[in-house]
Design a protein around this ligand. Structure first.
Ligand code: GLP
Length: 241
């Protein structure tokens, strides 16, 4: 059962998440990092970029894999996941040659997912995986369903994903999600789940309820032997201790 580490606010969670990433990079400099986007982890990435700017060895060997992408949005689209990671980490730290991401504009999205799956099979497993919690319990674009997909795949997007703030200003409505699968995430050596803000209170309570169900994909992290859950007091519904 994952025990949440409850911190005061989003900034404290971001600081602790940056510490977690720095520790993993010190322990294994060639780490394969799998990184979510969305609002929750971006401040932690900015803090990591600051640390790495003053200690370039920290990220001189690591590789960064983008967890998911909006189908129909290209790498230069301001709403794309790749664009967010490039701006926060990849470009400031010169990681372009070690950045692996889905091409949301691929003519054949299934073939694009097969490309990423083959890459991960050859270069995986993920060493350190940073995840956010979807309102409906999704991880990446692994949406609630009777059965979940193990590896990279094209996912139909739920209404809650289509309502995500990241794409509200996008010129095009995404057609699907391209995402790593649940086995890719649960086989990561270590996982960090970040949960902050009032909209995550219900989902966090459900996660901590302990029932494991494909109807709430994040619940599968309860089975992970090295998963850390960082949340703020607001998401947790009571003051930090
Ligand atoms: C999005 C993304 C996820 C992200 C999650 C939470 O739909 N597909 O990768 O982690 O939802 O986003 P946020 O951190 O903005 O709440």
């Amino acid at each position: 059962m994952i025990q949440p580490i409850v911190l005061t606010d989003h900034e404290a969670v971001s600081q602790r998440a940056a510490d977690w990433l720095v520790e993993r990079l010190h322990a294994r400099p060639s780490s394969l990092l799998c990184l979510a986007t969305g609002a929750t982890p971006m401040r932690a990435y900015a803090l990591l970029a600051e640390r790495a700017a003053s200690d370039p060895r920290l990220t001189s060997q690591c590789r960064v894999l983008n967890l998911d992408e909006w189908g129909g949005l290209g790498a230069h689209d301001p709403a794309s996941c790749a664009r967010h990671l490039r701006a926060a980490l990849v470009e400031p730290l010169g990681l372009t040659d070690r950045f692996i991401a889905f091409d949301g504009l691929a003519a054949d999205p299934a073939a694009e997912c097969a490309r990423i799956a083959a890459w991960l099979q050859q270069h995986g497993p993920i060493d350190a995986c940073v995840l956010g919690l979807g309102i409906n319990g999704h991880l990446g674009f692994n949406e609630p369903a009777a059965a979940l997909q193990p590896h990279a795949h094209v996912a139909a997007l739920s209404e809650s994903s289509l309502a995500h703030a990241m794409i509200q200003g996008a010129a095009r409505r995404p057609t699907a999600g391209l995402t790593l699968g649940m086995a890719d995430l649960t086989h990561a050596r270590e996982v960090l789940l970040m949960v902050t803000g009032p909209t995550k209170q219900g989902p966090l309570a459900r996660l901590l309820g302990g029932q494991i169900s494909t109807d709430f994909p994040a619940s599968l992290l309860q089975l992970h032997p090295a998963a850390t859950l960082l949340c703020d007091a607001t998401a947790n519904g009571r003051p930090a201790t």
